[in-house]
Design a protein around this ligand. Structure first.
Ligand code: ZN
Length: 240
């Protein structure tokens, strides 16, 4: 299936002609200031990691006139539902929806350590990014095609996927469909199944991993992630 998709990506035009600025990417910064998601191995909430990558990606997109009308959903981190995030992307006519997140692990995999006088849970057993798409999205094929392109670009730039979401312990609703590129099918993700355009949720890395947290906190590393996503968007755009 994946190889068939790669054939599609490489050889077939996927959609209609697009003009400069028409291709708007909706960047969804995962979580909010009040409900900030996972907590890193050093006590930093996920929301702030998501915001860094989301803002950097937005800056990258604005520099390319083809994507100049791309926008961030909930830039200030106010309380907003998952359905409202999708509704904003739909009402603004986004061509692609990217939900930016940073990953955690299951409680069974956590250990504890002290950092600056506080005890924090951590897990150094897993490391890497993951990509989720949903068959419940209006355009699952193009969602998957973008996931394949993004996974390929991540590998090309030296990033590795984590496969820990494939463990049956996690509930079994995430299907690892491409272990090389770290792509999972996760049909029930609300932001993915409520959006009208192709959509993926991207976990940039695991902030519970002490070493990976340091990388994900590094400005150069963050830029490398944002730039890799930009490269994937450019490749996807060429096929549209
Ligand atoms: Zn998250």
């Amino acid at each position: 299936m994946i190889y068939f998709l790669l054939f599609l990506v490489l050889w077939l035009p996927l959609g209609s002609e697009c003009h400069a600025g028409d291709f708007k990417v909706a960047i969804d910064i995962g979580h909010t200031r009040n409900s900030p998601g996972a907590v890193s191995a050093r006590g930093v909430p996920e929301y702030y990691f998501n915001k860094n990558i989301g803002m950097l990606l937005h800056q990258c997109l604005l520099r390319d006139k083809r994507f100049k009308n791309s926008f961030i959903i909930n830039e200030k981190g106010d309380d907003i539902s998952l359905w409202a995030r999708a509704a904003i992307a739909n009402s603004q006519g986004a061509a692609l929806f990217l939900s930016i997140h940073h990953d955690s692990v299951e409680p069974k995999d956590l250990s504890y350590w002290q950092y600056q006088g506080e005890v924090y849970p951590h897990c150094d057993k897993f490391t890497g990014y993951s990509i989720f798409y949903s068959e419940g999205n209006r355009n699952p094929l193009n969602s998957l095609i973008f996931a394949v392109i993004l996974g390929s670009e991540m590998l090309k730039n030296g990033f590795c996927p984590t496969l820990h979401h494939a463990e049956k312990f996690t509930g079994g609703d995430k299907d690892l469909i491409d272990m090389t590129r770290g792509i999972y099918k996760y049909n029930n993700l609300i932001v993915l199944k409520s959006t009208d355009m192709p959509a993926i949720l991207f976990e940039c890395g695991i902030i519970k991993n002490r070493r990976e947290e340091l990388l994900l906190s590094n400005a150069e590393y963050q830029y490398k992630i944002a730039d890799t996503i930009l490269m994937a968007i450019r490749k996807y755009f060429v096929k549209n």
